[in-house]
Write a protein that binds this ligand. Structure first.
Ligand SMILES: NC(=O)C1=CN([C@@H]2O[C@H](COP(=O)(O)OP(=O)(O)OC[C@H]3O[C@@H](n4cnc5c(N)ncnc54)[C@H](O)[C@@H]3O)[C@@H](O)[C@H]2O)C=CC1
Ligand SMILES: O=C(O)C(=O)[C@H](O)COP(=O)(O)O
Length: 339
Protein backbone atom coordinates (compact mmCIF):
# COMPACT_ATOMS: atom_id res chain seq x y z
CA UNK A 1 0.00 0.00 0.00
CA UNK A 2 1.45 3.38 -1.03
CA UNK A 3 0.73 6.64 0.73
CA UNK A 4 1.95 9.95 -0.71
CA UNK A 5 2.44 12.90 1.63
CA UNK A 6 2.71 15.96 -0.62
CA UNK A 7 3.51 19.39 0.82
CA UNK A 8 2.98 22.50 -1.24
CA UNK A 9 6.40 24.14 -1.59
CA UNK A 10 6.42 27.04 0.86
CA UNK A 11 3.80 25.45 3.17
CA UNK A 12 5.85 22.52 4.30
CA UNK A 13 5.46 20.67 7.57
CA UNK A 14 8.52 21.01 9.81
CA UNK A 15 8.78 17.20 9.95
CA UNK A 16 6.79 14.13 8.94
CA UNK A 17 7.86 11.89 11.81
CA UNK A 18 4.50 11.93 13.58
CA UNK A 19 2.63 11.18 10.34
CA UNK A 20 4.93 8.24 9.63
CA UNK A 21 4.39 6.88 13.15
CA UNK A 22 0.59 7.05 12.93
CA UNK A 23 0.44 5.59 9.41
CA UNK A 24 2.92 2.78 10.11
CA UNK A 25 1.12 1.82 13.33
CA UNK A 26 -2.29 1.75 11.64
CA UNK A 27 -1.22 0.31 8.27
CA UNK A 28 1.79 -1.93 8.99
CA UNK A 29 4.14 -2.32 6.03
CA UNK A 30 2.74 0.64 4.09
CA UNK A 31 5.12 2.54 1.82
CA UNK A 32 5.22 6.27 2.67
CA UNK A 33 6.57 8.75 0.10
CA UNK A 34 7.09 12.39 1.07
CA UNK A 35 7.15 14.95 -1.72
CA UNK A 36 7.46 18.72 -2.12
CA UNK A 37 5.11 19.99 -4.80
CA UNK A 38 6.01 22.81 -7.20
CA UNK A 39 3.41 24.20 -9.60
CA UNK A 40 5.79 23.85 -12.55
CA UNK A 41 6.53 20.17 -11.81
CA UNK A 42 3.01 18.78 -11.99
CA UNK A 43 4.06 15.92 -14.32
CA UNK A 44 6.36 14.54 -11.57
CA UNK A 45 3.49 14.68 -9.11
CA UNK A 46 1.16 12.85 -11.52
CA UNK A 47 3.79 10.18 -11.97
CA UNK A 48 4.24 9.82 -8.19
CA UNK A 49 0.52 9.32 -7.50
CA UNK A 50 -0.10 6.83 -10.33
CA UNK A 51 0.08 3.85 -7.93
CA UNK A 52 -0.88 5.65 -4.70
CA UNK A 53 -3.67 4.33 -2.46
CA UNK A 54 -3.85 7.45 -0.32
CA UNK A 55 -2.78 11.05 -0.66
CA UNK A 56 -2.19 13.45 2.22
CA UNK A 57 -2.01 17.08 1.15
CA UNK A 58 -3.34 20.66 1.36
CA UNK A 59 -3.58 23.47 -1.22
CA UNK A 60 -2.42 21.31 -4.18
CA UNK A 61 -5.17 21.31 -6.80
CA UNK A 62 -6.73 17.84 -6.77
CA UNK A 63 -8.80 17.75 -9.95
CA UNK A 64 -9.83 15.43 -12.78
CA UNK A 65 -6.24 15.32 -14.06
CA UNK A 66 -4.82 14.07 -10.74
CA UNK A 67 -7.68 11.65 -10.09
CA UNK A 68 -7.45 10.16 -13.59
CA UNK A 69 -3.69 9.75 -13.14
CA UNK A 70 -4.17 7.82 -9.87
CA UNK A 71 -6.47 4.86 -10.60
CA UNK A 72 -5.68 3.10 -7.30
CA UNK A 73 -6.39 6.16 -5.17
CA UNK A 74 -9.01 5.54 -2.49
CA UNK A 75 -8.73 8.51 -0.19
CA UNK A 76 -7.48 12.10 -0.21
CA UNK A 77 -6.84 13.35 3.30
CA UNK A 78 -6.51 17.12 3.56
CA UNK A 79 -4.19 18.32 6.29
CA UNK A 80 -6.12 21.59 6.61
CA UNK A 81 -9.61 22.75 7.50
CA UNK A 82 -10.28 24.28 4.08
CA UNK A 83 -10.69 21.79 1.20
CA UNK A 84 -11.42 24.24 -1.59
CA UNK A 85 -8.43 22.81 -3.49
CA UNK A 86 -10.34 19.59 -4.24
CA UNK A 87 -12.83 19.10 -7.08
CA UNK A 88 -15.41 17.18 -5.05
CA UNK A 89 -17.53 16.23 -8.07
CA UNK A 90 -14.48 14.69 -9.76
CA UNK A 91 -13.65 12.80 -6.55
CA UNK A 92 -17.20 11.43 -6.47
CA UNK A 93 -16.93 10.34 -10.11
CA UNK A 94 -13.69 8.50 -9.36
CA UNK A 95 -15.00 6.92 -6.15
CA UNK A 96 -12.33 8.64 -4.05
CA UNK A 97 -13.11 9.67 -0.46
CA UNK A 98 -12.15 13.18 0.66
CA UNK A 99 -11.56 13.96 4.32
CA UNK A 100 -10.44 17.39 5.50
CA UNK A 101 -9.07 17.43 9.03
CA UNK A 102 -12.31 18.87 10.37
CA UNK A 103 -11.08 20.73 13.40
CA UNK A 104 -7.62 21.21 14.84
CA UNK A 105 -6.88 24.93 15.08
CA UNK A 106 -10.14 26.66 15.92
CA UNK A 107 -8.77 28.17 19.14
CA UNK A 108 -5.51 29.15 17.42
CA UNK A 109 -7.22 31.05 14.60
CA UNK A 110 -9.61 32.68 17.07
CA UNK A 111 -6.74 33.82 19.30
CA UNK A 112 -4.84 35.09 16.27
CA UNK A 113 -7.89 37.02 15.09
CA UNK A 114 -8.27 38.70 18.49
CA UNK A 115 -4.52 39.40 18.52
CA UNK A 116 -4.71 41.26 15.20
CA UNK A 117 -7.94 43.01 16.22
CA UNK A 118 -6.28 44.40 19.33
CA UNK A 119 -3.12 45.30 17.39
CA UNK A 120 -5.20 47.25 14.84
CA UNK A 121 -7.32 49.26 17.26
CA UNK A 122 -4.28 49.98 19.47
CA UNK A 123 -2.00 51.07 16.61
CA UNK A 124 0.56 48.49 17.74
CA UNK A 125 2.45 48.32 14.44
CA UNK A 126 2.93 52.10 14.37
CA UNK A 127 4.26 52.15 17.96
CA UNK A 128 6.69 49.33 17.33
CA UNK A 129 7.90 50.85 14.05
CA UNK A 130 8.30 54.29 15.63
CA UNK A 131 10.30 52.95 18.56
CA UNK A 132 12.37 50.25 16.82
CA UNK A 133 12.97 51.88 13.45
CA UNK A 134 12.65 55.65 13.99
CA UNK A 135 13.52 55.87 17.73
CA UNK A 136 10.43 58.05 18.12
CA UNK A 137 8.44 58.32 21.35
CA UNK A 138 4.80 59.32 20.77
CA UNK A 139 1.39 57.85 21.37
CA UNK A 140 -1.16 59.88 19.41
CA UNK A 141 -1.82 59.14 15.77
CA UNK A 142 -4.36 60.49 13.29
CA UNK A 143 -6.34 57.33 13.87
CA UNK A 144 -6.87 57.32 17.66
CA UNK A 145 -6.76 54.09 19.64
CA UNK A 146 -10.12 52.53 20.43
CA UNK A 147 -11.46 50.43 23.27
CA UNK A 148 -12.78 47.07 22.03
CA UNK A 149 -15.61 47.09 24.56
CA UNK A 150 -17.08 50.16 22.83
CA UNK A 151 -16.98 48.53 19.40
CA UNK A 152 -19.19 46.25 17.32
CA UNK A 153 -17.68 43.24 15.61
CA UNK A 154 -19.27 41.89 12.42
CA UNK A 155 -18.43 38.28 11.58
CA UNK A 156 -18.93 36.68 8.18
CA UNK A 157 -19.18 32.90 8.61
CA UNK A 158 -20.39 31.81 12.04
CA UNK A 159 -18.84 28.34 11.77
CA UNK A 160 -16.42 26.81 14.26
CA UNK A 161 -13.85 29.60 13.97
CA UNK A 162 -16.42 32.39 13.67
CA UNK A 163 -18.12 31.18 16.86
CA UNK A 164 -14.80 30.91 18.71
CA UNK A 165 -13.95 34.49 17.69
CA UNK A 166 -17.42 35.65 18.73
CA UNK A 167 -17.06 34.07 22.17
CA UNK A 168 -13.69 35.73 22.78
CA UNK A 169 -14.88 39.10 21.44
CA UNK A 170 -18.00 38.98 23.64
CA UNK A 171 -15.80 38.18 26.65
CA UNK A 172 -13.87 41.38 25.87
CA UNK A 173 -17.15 43.30 26.01
CA UNK A 174 -17.76 43.69 22.27
CA UNK A 175 -21.18 43.63 20.68
CA UNK A 176 -21.13 40.84 18.08
CA UNK A 177 -23.14 40.60 14.85
CA UNK A 178 -22.85 37.86 12.26
CA UNK A 179 -23.95 36.92 8.77
CA UNK A 180 -24.30 33.23 7.97
CA UNK A 181 -27.26 32.13 5.86
CA UNK A 182 -26.22 28.48 6.11
CA UNK A 183 -25.76 28.03 9.85
CA UNK A 184 -27.93 25.36 11.49
CA UNK A 185 -30.18 26.24 14.43
CA UNK A 186 -28.17 23.80 16.54
CA UNK A 187 -24.91 25.63 15.84
CA UNK A 188 -26.42 29.08 16.29
CA UNK A 189 -27.90 28.00 19.63
CA UNK A 190 -24.31 27.52 20.89
CA UNK A 191 -23.68 31.28 20.66
CA UNK A 192 -27.15 32.82 20.47
CA UNK A 193 -26.66 34.52 23.85
CA UNK A 194 -23.69 36.53 22.53
CA UNK A 195 -24.19 36.88 18.76
CA UNK A 196 -27.01 38.46 16.79
CA UNK A 197 -27.56 37.08 13.27
CA UNK A 198 -28.25 40.02 10.94
CA UNK A 199 -28.43 40.85 7.24
CA UNK A 200 -25.32 41.85 5.31
CA UNK A 201 -26.72 45.40 5.04
CA UNK A 202 -27.12 45.70 8.84
CA UNK A 203 -23.66 44.33 9.47
CA UNK A 204 -22.19 46.79 6.96
CA UNK A 205 -24.05 49.66 8.67
CA UNK A 206 -23.07 48.84 12.24
CA UNK A 207 -19.72 47.03 12.38
CA UNK A 208 -16.54 48.81 13.50
CA UNK A 209 -14.52 45.70 12.71
CA UNK A 210 -15.41 43.10 10.07
CA UNK A 211 -13.84 39.67 10.34
CA UNK A 212 -14.13 37.05 7.61
CA UNK A 213 -14.30 33.35 8.55
CA UNK A 214 -16.33 31.89 5.66
CA UNK A 215 -15.18 28.69 4.04
CA UNK A 216 -14.51 29.42 0.38
CA UNK A 217 -17.33 28.24 -1.91
CA UNK A 218 -19.33 29.34 -4.94
CA UNK A 219 -21.41 31.76 -2.83
CA UNK A 220 -18.48 33.88 -1.70
CA UNK A 221 -15.75 33.85 -4.35
CA UNK A 222 -14.56 37.52 -4.52
CA UNK A 223 -17.39 38.43 -2.10
CA UNK A 224 -15.64 41.55 -0.75
CA UNK A 225 -15.82 43.87 -3.78
CA UNK A 226 -15.36 47.64 -4.21
CA UNK A 227 -19.13 48.02 -4.03
CA UNK A 228 -19.31 46.12 -0.73
CA UNK A 229 -16.39 48.03 0.81
CA UNK A 230 -18.31 51.24 -0.04
CA UNK A 231 -21.36 49.95 1.87
CA UNK A 232 -19.33 49.63 5.10
CA UNK A 233 -20.65 52.77 6.75
CA UNK A 234 -18.29 53.08 9.75
CA UNK A 235 -15.06 52.76 7.74
CA UNK A 236 -14.24 49.60 9.66
CA UNK A 237 -11.09 47.59 10.12
CA UNK A 238 -11.18 44.52 7.87
CA UNK A 239 -9.80 41.15 8.93
CA UNK A 240 -9.46 38.11 6.67
CA UNK A 241 -8.38 34.84 8.28
CA UNK A 242 -10.16 32.54 5.80
CA UNK A 243 -9.18 32.50 2.12
CA UNK A 244 -7.75 35.29 -0.06
CA UNK A 245 -10.00 34.38 -2.99
CA UNK A 246 -13.00 35.73 -1.04
CA UNK A 247 -11.63 39.26 -1.49
CA UNK A 248 -11.20 41.39 -4.61
CA UNK A 249 -7.65 42.39 -3.71
CA UNK A 250 -7.28 45.50 -5.93
CA UNK A 251 -10.60 46.73 -4.45
CA UNK A 252 -9.22 46.16 -0.95
CA UNK A 253 -6.09 48.16 -1.79
CA UNK A 254 -8.27 50.98 -3.12
CA UNK A 255 -10.50 50.90 -0.02
CA UNK A 256 -7.41 51.30 2.17
CA UNK A 257 -6.01 54.03 -0.07
CA UNK A 258 -9.20 56.10 0.00
CA UNK A 259 -9.91 55.62 3.72
CA UNK A 260 -12.98 53.49 3.17
CA UNK A 261 -11.28 51.06 5.54
CA UNK A 262 -9.28 52.20 8.58
CA UNK A 263 -6.93 49.27 8.33
CA UNK A 264 -6.71 45.54 7.74
CA UNK A 265 -5.29 42.31 9.10
CA UNK A 266 -4.76 39.72 6.38
CA UNK A 267 -3.50 36.22 7.08
CA UNK A 268 -4.30 35.19 3.51
CA UNK A 269 -3.81 37.04 0.24
CA UNK A 270 -5.13 36.46 -3.28
CA UNK A 271 -2.38 33.98 -3.97
CA UNK A 272 -1.10 31.53 -1.37
CA UNK A 273 2.55 32.57 -1.92
CA UNK A 274 2.49 36.26 -2.86
CA UNK A 275 5.41 38.27 -4.16
CA UNK A 276 5.95 40.42 -1.07
CA UNK A 277 8.34 42.78 -2.87
CA UNK A 278 5.60 43.98 -5.22
CA UNK A 279 2.40 43.44 -3.22
CA UNK A 280 0.78 46.84 -2.50
CA UNK A 281 -0.63 45.62 0.83
CA UNK A 282 2.81 45.07 2.32
CA UNK A 283 4.61 47.82 4.25
CA UNK A 284 1.59 49.87 5.32
CA UNK A 285 1.33 51.16 8.87
CA UNK A 286 -2.35 50.23 9.17
CA UNK A 287 -2.15 46.81 7.50
CA UNK A 288 -0.94 43.63 9.17
CA UNK A 289 -0.01 40.95 6.65
CA UNK A 290 0.90 37.56 8.12
CA UNK A 291 2.03 34.42 6.26
CA UNK A 292 -1.07 32.20 6.64
CA UNK A 293 0.05 31.56 10.20
CA UNK A 294 -3.18 31.84 12.20
CA UNK A 295 -3.53 28.06 12.44
CA UNK A 296 -0.03 27.51 13.70
CA UNK A 297 0.97 26.50 17.22
CA UNK A 298 2.82 23.45 18.46
CA UNK A 299 -0.55 22.35 19.88
CA UNK A 300 -2.46 22.63 16.59
CA UNK A 301 0.29 21.08 14.49
CA UNK A 302 0.32 17.88 16.52
CA UNK A 303 -3.45 17.57 16.22
CA UNK A 304 -3.30 18.30 12.48
CA UNK A 305 -0.71 15.62 11.78
CA UNK A 306 -2.35 13.02 13.99
CA UNK A 307 -5.96 13.49 12.83
CA UNK A 308 -5.13 13.69 9.10
CA UNK A 309 -3.24 10.38 9.24
CA UNK A 310 -5.72 8.68 11.53
CA UNK A 311 -8.39 9.55 8.95
CA UNK A 312 -6.43 7.63 6.29
CA UNK A 313 -5.97 4.65 8.60
CA UNK A 314 -9.66 4.51 9.53
CA UNK A 315 -10.81 4.80 5.94
CA UNK A 316 -8.41 2.23 4.51
CA UNK A 317 -9.13 -0.26 7.29
CA UNK A 318 -12.86 -0.12 6.58
CA UNK A 319 -14.05 2.30 9.25
CA UNK A 320 -15.36 5.36 7.37
CA UNK A 321 -17.66 6.06 10.32
CA UNK A 322 -14.58 6.78 12.44
CA UNK A 323 -13.16 9.37 10.02
CA UNK A 324 -13.50 12.77 11.69
CA UNK A 325 -15.00 14.50 8.66
CA UNK A 326 -15.83 12.94 5.28
CA UNK A 327 -17.03 15.38 2.65
CA UNK A 328 -17.01 12.74 -0.08
CA UNK A 329 -17.69 9.16 0.96
CA UNK A 330 -18.15 6.90 -2.06
CA UNK A 331 -19.34 4.09 0.23
CA UNK A 332 -22.40 5.90 1.55
CA UNK A 333 -23.77 9.36 2.35
CA UNK A 334 -21.11 11.75 3.61
CA UNK A 335 -20.77 12.40 7.31
CA UNK A 336 -19.47 15.27 9.36
CA UNK A 337 -18.61 14.10 12.87
CA UNK A 338 -17.04 17.39 13.85
CA UNK A 339 -20.08 19.11 15.34
N1 LIG B 1 -5.76 31.28 8.41
C1 LIG B 1 -5.67 30.05 8.84
O1 LIG B 1 -4.63 29.61 9.33
C2 LIG B 1 -6.84 29.16 8.76
C3 LIG B 1 -7.89 29.46 7.95
N2 LIG B 1 -8.97 28.64 7.91
C4 LIG B 1 -10.08 29.04 7.06
O2 LIG B 1 -11.22 29.29 7.88
C5 LIG B 1 -12.36 28.73 7.25
C6 LIG B 1 -13.44 28.50 8.27
O3 LIG B 1 -13.08 27.44 9.15
P1 LIG B 1 -14.17 26.78 10.12
O4 LIG B 1 -14.81 27.84 10.93
O5 LIG B 1 -13.51 25.66 10.80
O6 LIG B 1 -15.20 26.24 9.04
P2 LIG B 1 -16.77 26.01 9.21
O7 LIG B 1 -17.16 25.20 8.03
O8 LIG B 1 -17.06 25.51 10.58
O9 LIG B 1 -17.38 27.49 9.09
C7 LIG B 1 -17.52 28.20 7.90
C8 LIG B 1 -18.83 28.98 8.00
O10 LIG B 1 -18.90 29.89 6.89
C9 LIG B 1 -20.28 29.95 6.52
N3 LIG B 1 -20.44 30.47 5.16
C10 LIG B 1 -20.13 29.87 3.99
N4 LIG B 1 -20.46 30.66 2.96
C11 LIG B 1 -21.00 31.78 3.49
C12 LIG B 1 -21.56 32.95 2.94
N5 LIG B 1 -21.63 33.16 1.62
N6 LIG B 1 -22.01 33.92 3.78
C13 LIG B 1 -21.91 33.76 5.13
N7 LIG B 1 -21.43 32.63 5.72
C14 LIG B 1 -20.98 31.66 4.90
C15 LIG B 1 -20.76 28.51 6.65
O11 LIG B 1 -22.16 28.42 6.73
C16 LIG B 1 -20.06 28.07 7.94
O12 LIG B 1 -20.89 28.28 9.06
C17 LIG B 1 -11.79 27.46 6.58
O13 LIG B 1 -12.62 27.02 5.52
C18 LIG B 1 -10.46 27.95 6.07
O14 LIG B 1 -10.64 28.55 4.80
C19 LIG B 1 -9.06 27.53 8.68
C20 LIG B 1 -8.03 27.17 9.50
C21 LIG B 1 -6.83 27.94 9.56
O1 LIG C 1 -6.51 24.58 7.90
C1 LIG C 1 -6.66 25.45 7.02
O2 LIG C 1 -7.64 25.54 6.27
C2 LIG C 1 -5.62 26.45 6.89
O3 LIG C 1 -5.81 27.42 6.26
C3 LIG C 1 -4.34 26.22 7.57
O4 LIG C 1 -3.94 27.36 8.11
C4 LIG C 1 -3.23 25.98 6.64
O5 LIG C 1 -3.14 24.70 6.35
P1 LIG C 1 -1.67 24.05 6.30
O6 LIG C 1 -0.70 25.11 5.98
O7 LIG C 1 -1.50 23.48 7.64
O8 LIG C 1 -1.81 23.01 5.25
Amino acid sequence: MKIVIADYAGAMMPSHELEKQVLSAGLPGCQICTYTYHDDQRADFLQLVHDADALLTAFIKIDEEVLAAAPRLKVVSINATGYDNVDLAAARRHGVAVCPVGEYCTADVAEFTITTMLALVRNLKAYLTDVDVHQQWRYDYAQPNRRLSNLTLGIFGLGKIGRAVATRAAALGMRVLAVDPFISQKDYAKVADRVQLVSTATLFQQADIISNHMNLNDSNYRFFTADRFKQMVKHPYFINMARGAEVDEPALVAALDNGQLKGAALDVLATEFPDLATNPLVGRENVLVTPHAAFYSSDSLTALQRISCQNIVEYLTGHPEKVFKLVVNPKEDSHDYSN
